[in-house]
Ligand binder design. Sequence first.
Ligand SMILES: Cc1cc2nc3c(=O)[nH]c(=O)nc-3n(C[C@H](O)[C@H](O)[C@H](O)COP(=O)(O)OP(=O)(O)OC[C@H]3O[C@@H](n4cnc5c(N)ncnc54)[C@H](O)[C@@H]3O)c2cc1C
Ligand code: FES
Length: 260
Amino acid sequence: MEKRVTLKIDKITEEALNIKTFTFKHALGAEPGQFIMLTDFEGGEKPFSISDCTKEEFFITVKRIGEFTARLFQKCVGDFVSIRGAYGSSFFISKNKVLLVGGGYAVPTFYFFAKVLLEAGADVTLINGARTKDEHVFADRFRELDIKVINVTDDGSFGEKGTAVDIAQKIMSQDKFDFLYASGPEMMMKALQDVIGDLNYEFLFERYMKCAIGICGNCTMDPLGLRLCVEGPVLPKEKIELLTEFGKYHRDASGKRITF
Ligand SMILES: Cc1cc2nc3c(=O)[nH]c(=O)nc-3n(C[C@H](O)[C@H](O)[C@H](O)COP(=O)(O)OP(=O)(O)OC[C@H]3O[C@@H](n4cnc5c(N)ncnc54)[C@H](O)[C@@H]3O)c2cc1C
Ligand code: FES
């Protein structure tokens, strides 16, 4: 198990409505697509993707949803939390022409990944989607990278109007890509899979995680029994095509199936 470390929050940035980035000065040594488990010592431990990681610091970007994230949102610079990780699989690093399709709070992990892809020499196009302008994140940060960005909102309040999948379908009909990566709501990725054709891809999945080290079995995906905390959260096309629960159901803390 990766060593647990207690860290001071170094910086907090308001990104959008109910979305904040927390920066920590710590050499995490993570790969893009991986996640950490974080606790505030007040009950529970939750997974969060790494949205940037350098030699000196890393950050996570959190959407306030329920009790745990609401508590995190009350933290100030200088407060302490404890983390373990980084855990899980990471994205394949292509050196070719790639399309990243992201939605909502799952987009920031592509900031870290886009930087690594650029270092590898890839030609990167990103579709950065959200439901509305208020929920759209990281437009300024992505603008500073040498990548092509298409901002999209469902209601047209920022960037192009439509879903990230609508725009991905349009772009793929106009241009040829070597690889596609997606990170976002599962139904977005399911819809994307239906229009992707022969293109090779990887998707970043989320399932309810407890141990994050492959012991409890809460994050397994049918029918392969893939433990998303170990074999995922990034899965390749050949495994995703075998998943019978993709886009159909996930499990809650007790393991009970919840339909999407
Ligand atoms: C690999 C991975 C990466 C993630 N990355 C991010 C991220 O970068 N930013 C972000 O805001 N959120 C991320 N999440 C989701 C985040 O863990 C949940 O939003 C958070 O745990 C909600 O906790 P809560 O108490 O505030 O809400 P709750 O009311 O407890 O839960 C709201 C919803 O959050 C999800 N959730 C709750 N607990 C867990 C858990 N232990 N494991 C997985 N999902 C859970 C469930 O879908 C649940 O219905 C990620 C989840 C996974 C599995
Ligand atoms: S969270 Fe326990 S096996 Fe994955």
